[in-house]
Design a protein around this ligand. Structure first.
Ligand SMILES: Nc1nc2c(c(=O)[nH]1)N[C@H]1C(S)=C(S)[C@@H](COP(=O)(O)O)O[C@H]1N2
Ligand SMILES: [Mo]
Length: 400
């Protein structure tokens, strides 16, 4: 079954039968699941993000920080932790790995709840993958600046994405050891960060169900990032990594896995992370897979020297590998970019193109086509929460 079909079934079949989809959303919105276990209480003075956020590497938006694209210039596929973007609904909790437990429970298990310690998890067979994590709202600011449309949420440019090496245990391994039943349909990872309060309503801990097929396919419970224990801001001691899907699926500071024989709802699959707007159905369209994007490894409004230049950038897609990238420096003609490397795992394809500009103002464009044949369009349909901005971004530069 595809995701959209499953989403309709999930909204239709959930236990609250007889209610309209809209009232269902409100119910999900109000249904806080109570306090999480194992996390240390936040101290009033705690900053939302613990690692340094120097202005040459990050643009900070409240509890979130986006990577500046010039900080990726000349580095390989892997984004070092010192410049990896952070998206926190509240703040980075400080969790003690010695007292931490992962609780696996629910009607989708054959038996009762199971608990795992950090040591036990680290002793299970491990796997290492290279994968991107990208916020569903990456590029949101361009709905307004390029398309003149109002959207709510953080006005990211293209820096709410990063690629890392993740080491951990496959979610399928943990589920099977916990006694997965054949009746299981959804797995919901739950975070240990403070409850998320939106519009005065406590929505409970950050959590979002994953359909069982995806959960068993390629999802990792990661305890290392780029060869080191996970940093606090990226989910220490354990986070979920869901390749190709929007960032919210990759729950940080994992405390529980609810395995369910009934479809699960949370505000993060009913209220948020749905495409809502004039061209979408009233209940919106669930967002799971990422779209195609490209970015130049340049400052926004960069100043470049006239003469011999090499423009570099990266393209990536939730559908798989990038087949082709084209660059335009004049808004009319396109030329192919030369790939650099092979695009690691489910990461991105780096590329470059030579350029010999005379002084003046230019708009750079890059457009990618992925293995499924999807090419970045000039515009994308509006959605009010500003997700999946996959259109070609017009990057202004000045040559002097
Ligand atoms: N527990 C928890 N998990 C979370 C979040 C959060 O606020 N709390 N934010 C999600 C979102 S929206 C994104 S885009 C990614 C960001 O991962 P990063 O901060 O490691 O880059 O984490 C996801 N996992
Ligand atoms: Mo996100």
């Amino acid at each position: 079954m595809d995701e959209a079909e499953y989403d309709r079934a999930r909204l239709g079949q959930s236990r609250t039968e007889g209610l309209t989809r809209r009232s269902l959303m409100w119910i999900a919105a109000g249904a806080a699941t109570g306090a999480a276990v194992g996390g240390a209480p936040a101290r009033a003075a705690d900053p939302p993000i613990l690692k340094p956020l120097p202005p040459e590497l990050f643009t900070v938006f409240g509890t979130n920080a986006e990577t500046k694209w010039e900080a990726l210039r000349g580095i390989g596929d892997i984004v070092p932790v010192d410049r990896f973007f952070v998206r926190n609904h509240t703040l980075t909790p400080r969790i003690d790995a010695h007292t931490w437990r992962l609780r696996v429970h629910g009607t989708g298990l054959r038996g009762g709840p199971v608990e795992l310690t950090y040591r036990e998890l680290r002793h299970l067979p491990s796997d290492t993958i290279t994968a991107a994590i990208e916020c569903a709202g990456n590029g949101r600011g361009f709905f307004t600046s390029q398309q003149g449309q109002a959207v709510s949420g953080t006005a990211w440019k293209l820096g709410a994405v990063g690629v890392a090496r993740w080491k951990g245990v496959r979610l399928s391994t943990v589920l099977k050891r916990a006694g997965l039943s054949r009746a299981a349909v959804d797995v919901q990872p739950v975070g240990l960060d403070p409850d998320f309060v939106s519009g005065g309503v406590n929505l409970g801990p950050v959590r979002r169900p994953l359909p069982i097929d995806k959960a068993l396919h390629d999802v990792l419970l990661a305890y290392e990032m780029n060869g080191e224990p996970l940093p606090p801001d990226h989910g220490f001691p354990v986070r979920v990594v869901v390749p190709n899907w929007i960032g919210i699926a990759s729950i940080k500071w994992l405390g529980q896995l609810e395995v369910s024989a009934e479809p699960l709802l949370s505000p993060w699959n009913t209220q948020f992370y749905r495409l809502l707007g004039p061209t979408y159905p009233a209940e919106g369209e669930l967002v799971s897979r990422q779209t195609v994007k490209s970015a130049f490894e340049l400052p926004w409004e960069a100043t470049l020297a006239a003469g011999r230049q090499v423009l570099r950038g990266r393209s990536w897609s939730g559908n798989g590998r990038i087949r082709r990238v084209e660059v335009s420096t004049d808004g009319r003609t396109w030329r192919p970019a030369r790939p650099i490397g092979h695009g690691a795992g489910t990461a991105w394809q780096r590329w470059e193109v030579p350029w010999h500009p005379a002084p003046g103002a230019y708009t750079l464009r890059a457009r990618a086509t992925d293995v499924t044949g999807v090419t970045q369009p000039d515009t994308v349909p509006h959605n009010t929460l500003g997700y999946l901005f996959g259109a070609i971004v017009r990057h202004p530069v000045t040559v002097v």
